[in-house]
Write a protein that binds this ligand. Structure first.
Ligand code: MN
Ligand code: MN
Length: 461
């Protein structure tokens, strides 16, 4: 009997067959990262994947029976999915929830201006970023515009090889004497984070010559006018590709891994289960939601009652109207599928290493989040932790226990508390990440695969 707990790395434990699966899954995940850089596109991609595997819109179903696969798209930016199980709904469902929004630069409602014969776009950052990391890197422009006729226009410029890209030009070091005196929080003024957008002058215009030319280009391409920016959601995100990192290709680097690594793994787990299993016992519910990075506020966030509406539809269409939704929640179990931080050897002083997540050692189980005296923490109870551990142990899922960092160094939260407040047993469980919220986040490909395995195992429990 081994009395002392020892953390082990995944690579040493997996046989060749499993290691091949790690690479296959990682390649597919990298492809996904490269094509799904906004929550709008994530919803489109996931819906396509679901459609191809027999899932349909819940509103197209009159009644639900065992094995049925349904989803609900919440205002284009969040998605709830379910596979109906054999067991009574009152006994609870297995839920995995992740988020698909990532930190980025949004356009202000009236973004365009011209100064010194250069056309620029004003941005407002979304989520928690270190602003200097977003200066002087190639950026791509993504989003939607609803024009005056209410037609949806999709924008995507910067990731195709033939596309131009965009950037915010930072100040040269030669002239940055004053800038460098300010602390890191202040030396990039968010009001100066303007996108370089163009410099060719319209020959006929009397003033605003560059702006006029830029608007002519946009009008030709998309049929839009300046006022249409007000009815748009346009974001600037890193224009470079996700790639393997390291001489041994053990890491995956890319934008938006918080939390597309968990959302992709969640949807993949559900799809692979329905294709592999003949019978589903407990109803499985997956959700990928928006607005986590700004506090889970609003009608596409986890806090929306649209989720309750989805559960109501399942209860009704299942012909189980006697089922009390509150009791269903009370008997349900959930993994809050969000990334955690890995211990960074360069900055280990911010981590309690013994309670930190090592890259390559498995999915990170975070008993509680929050900060300081567990303030704002969603804290899983011991019984539930034990249940999740035994599910993982039985299926050889490699996991580790970590906290976000040393007490008092900061903190963070996820969507866990929202379902916990409804009575669901919830624990945070996701991939460890280095350089989280940077334009190029780092994961271990072994942890990514283990995340997928963990979710698959949990759904089936
Ligand atoms: Mn997250
Ligand atoms: Mn985050």
């Amino acid at each position: 009997m081994e009395l002392i707990y020892k953390k082990e790395d995944i690579y040493s434990k997996l046989d060749d067959d499993k290691l091949e699966k790690v690479d296959t899954f990682s390649n597919e995940y990298i492809d996904f990262l490269n094509t799904a850089k906004t929550e709008y596109i994530c919803v489109e991609k996931f819906t396509k994947m679901l459609d191809a595997n027999g899932f349909i819109d819940i509103n197209k179903k009159e009644e639900l029976k065992e094995g049925d696969r349904v989803y609900f798209i919440n205002k284009e930016k969040a998605l709830f999915v379910a596979v109906i199980g054999k067991e009574d709904l009152i006994k609870g469902v297995n839920i995995i929830g992740a988020h698909i929004d990532s930190p980025r630069l949004d356009l202000k409602p009236m973004p365009m201006y011209e100064n010194k014969d250069i056309c620029l776009l004003k941005t407002q950052f979304y989520g928690g970023i270190k602003k200097y990391q977003w200066m002087s890197i190639p950026l791509a422009m993504y989003g939607v515009i609803y024009n005056e006729k209410g037609e949806k226009i999709k924008i995507s410029i910067g990731d195709d090889n033939d596309d131009p890209c965009f950037t915010i030009a930072d100040l040269l070091p030669h002239l940055a004497k004053d800038q460098m005196k300010a602390n890191a929080n202040e030396f990039i003024d968010p009001e100066k984070m303007s996108i370089l957008f163009g410099s060719i002058k319209d020959k006929e215009a009397k003033d605003n010559k560059v702006k006029t030319n830029v608007l002519k280009i946009l009008n030709k391409k998309y049929g839009i006018k300046e006022i249409d920016f007000a009815r748009s959601e346009i974001s600037f995100v890193p224009a470079f590709k996700a790639k393997y990192v390291g001489i041994d290709s053990s890491f995956i680097g890319g934008y938006g891994q918080d939390d597309r690594v968990c959302s992709y793994s969640t949807i993949r787990a559900m799809i692979d289960i329905v294709n592999e299993e003949k019978e589903i016992n407990k109803t499985m519910v997956a959700m990928v939601v928006d607005k986590e990075e700004i506090g889970s506020i609003g009608n596409t966030s986890m806090n929306t009652e649209a989720f309750d509406m989805f559960i109501n539809k399942i209860i009704e269409k299942r012909g189980a109207t006697s089922v009390d939704k509150l009791e269903l929640y009370y008997n349900s179990q959930m993994l809050s599928a969000d990334v955690s931080t890995g211990v960074d050897p360069v900055f280990e002083e911010v981590s309690d290493v013994q309670n930190g997540n090592m890259l390559g050692c498995g999915i990170a189980v975070e008993k509680y989040t929050g900060s300081g005296g567990k303030y704002n923490a969603s804290d899983a109870n011991a019984k539930y932790v034990s249940q999740v551990m035994s599910i993982f142990d039985k299926n050889k899922v490699m996991y580790q226990f970590g906290t976000l960092g040393k007490i008092g160094k900061g903190g963070g939260g996820t969507i866990a508390y929202i379902l916990a407040n409804k009575g669901v047993d919830v624990i945070d469980c996701g991939t460890p990440v280095l350089a989280m919220h940077s334009p190029f986040e780092i994961t271990s490909k072994f942890d990514v695969y283990m995340t997928y395995l963990a979710y698959k195992t949990f759904f089936k429990a």
